[in-house]
Design a protein around this ligand. Sequence first.
Ligand SMILES: [Zn+2]
Length: 421
Amino acid sequence: MTVADASASQPAALAVDEGRLLHDLEALSSIGRRDEAGIHRLAFSEDDLAGRAWLVDRIEAAGLEARIDGAANLGARWPADDERPPIMTGSHLDTVPGAGWLDGALGVVAGLEVLRVLREHDISLARPVELVAFSDEEGRFGGMLGSQAMSGQLTPEFLERAVDLEGRRLADAMAACGFRALDALRAEREPGSVEAFVELHIEQGPVLESAGRSIGLVDGITGLFRWDARFVGEPNHAGTTPMELRRDAFQALAEASLGIPQVLAEHGSARSRATIGRVQLVPGAANVVPGEALFSLEVRDTDPAVLLALSDAFRRQLAEIARRRRLAFDFETKSELAPVACHDRVQSAIERACRRLEIDPLRMPSGAAHDTQMLARLAPAGMIFVPSRGGRSHSPAEWTSPADLVRGANVLLHTMLELAR
Ligand SMILES: [Zn+2]
């Protein structure tokens, strides 16, 4: 309790301007909107540029100066002080195709609102606060360009080779927007140059809503491994091959799929997730016993040791099924992403902010990737979640009640105050 007492001198009344916050979210949501088809602000598209221009306007209207780095990260700092390492907040303006209005946008607009409130109330801070809208968080070009650049996780090879699903090069898309791709390397910040980072984001899942809670205190972001795997048996005539003589690859896959809950129960944690999301049978004809079953397996958890245990367990399970059914099994690791623990210092700042606002936050992991994952390499980092109705996201159905949006922004404000004091 001593931490709460230490901040008792901060006026609890300090709050974001609800009307202005909601108005800005509404205004931003009209940029790149295609009626029922949702919002399309793909990174480095015309609509993304319009969103960025809108933010520059809002930053300048607030009496702040817009800053853009080599990776096209856009933001502002208050006070405009480059001597002391800032407390940073932010998220992203770019969207997936057919997005909702809050993924990324909430963290940017709420961050701007925090800077405005602190400036208007002329709150004296030991450290400046900085807002950043990170470029291409949604990975149009296969990464999280802005936050990877800032945390020094980009290579010149990536910048030269990255393409989107239509084969358009990142370098060309950036050039069309007036950026040089290789300049992204210059966006890297020195270790120690950012004091802490905190991101406000919608949950994009159903946990907060189903628990009836309004704020999530994220303690870790899940890591994952993704395999392309296959069972290989023998394709044969579906009429002439007796059931007991078949080497049916699909039967093995079906058994593996039904075995997932048991593997997780024995080797995973309550936070583990495993998904077979893509399946292809070869030759794929109604009258042929499937000789090959190709499938993806994606497994997530917040604990690296659990991920390792699950990787072993799935390998053993799949190999055992293959052996018993006289099939071959092999797999290739397509991607691996290490879990990230949110920093204690940021978590306790969020906790103190919630206590001040008389909110009981729910400790939870983030099952989705966020800029925080990258920033955690650079600075102590953490996240605040607000509920997503029905858990819906990356969809025009994405929705959070105005009361929760405002509550989340106020938790962000007081978290920044805790960190910047
Ligand atoms: Zn997002």
